[in-house]
Design a protein around this ligand. Sequence first.
Ligand SMILES: N[C@@H]1[C@@H](O)[C@H](O)[C@@H](COP(=O)(O)O)O[C@@H]1O
Length: 258
Amino acid sequence: MNGIKYKLKVIECDTYESLSKNAAMMIVQQIAEKPDSVLGLSTGGTPVGMYKELIKLYRSNQVNFEKVRTFNLDEYVGLDRYHPQSYHQYMYQHLFKHVNLPENQRFIPLGDMDLIESEVNDYEEKILKNGGIDLQILGIGENGHIGFNEPFTPFNQSVHTVKLAESTRRANAKYFSSIEEVPRIAITMGIDTIMRSQKIVLLISGNRKKEAFQKLMSSHISEEFPASILRLHRDVTVIVDQDALFESSNQRQSSLLK
Ligand SMILES: N[C@@H]1[C@@H](O)[C@H](O)[C@@H](COP(=O)(O)O)O[C@@H]1O
């Protein structure tokens, strides 16, 4: 990081489907240029459509994952890899079981409580040993978190464990039977790990992310809003759908009428 603020490239999409297709195509293009690319992958609701598109493209022989390596951003601490809400299971269900990405080339931090201390160092080391991330896919939390880097996480951190914000636990509670079941701690790539990626693609979809998108575009950089650091990266593409982009049509109408 050299302190220079870069302009974020923004791709505005009419629909979530179009956002998903654009994101999938960026991955396909990356793998076409470099078949042994190291991809950084994310979870959550937003990239589900992108993974569906990738599977379609794989089935129509437009992408080959044979040499690709993947590193996921984060995992809950306290859920083992077979827990249905773990990101290990998410990745298996949404991508890995459908494509030809060899098992020993997929990496996700281990969330097992007894392994967590060594995993923090091991995971960062594995990323470095594989030459760092070529293309990192990110989503964003309503509070601006990326990975599980909650507001006020120091920008210079590499892989670490984090106490989840209550708002993040509430947002993710929909995947569990109750909020009590949502883990309180997670392991995540740090902001520094993410910023060392060659390229970053940030996906922003839906009404709930409108404010986060606006804050991101305001160009003020602060640890209070973790995603704001992306302004200091030279190659970030933000793919945003209309729901996250605009005020609702009613609001737009009334502001037009003023
Ligand atoms: N750790 C994940 C993030 O990587 C993700 O970007 C965010 C947004 O998720 P969603 O796309 O479901 O809104 O949620 C979680 O907290």
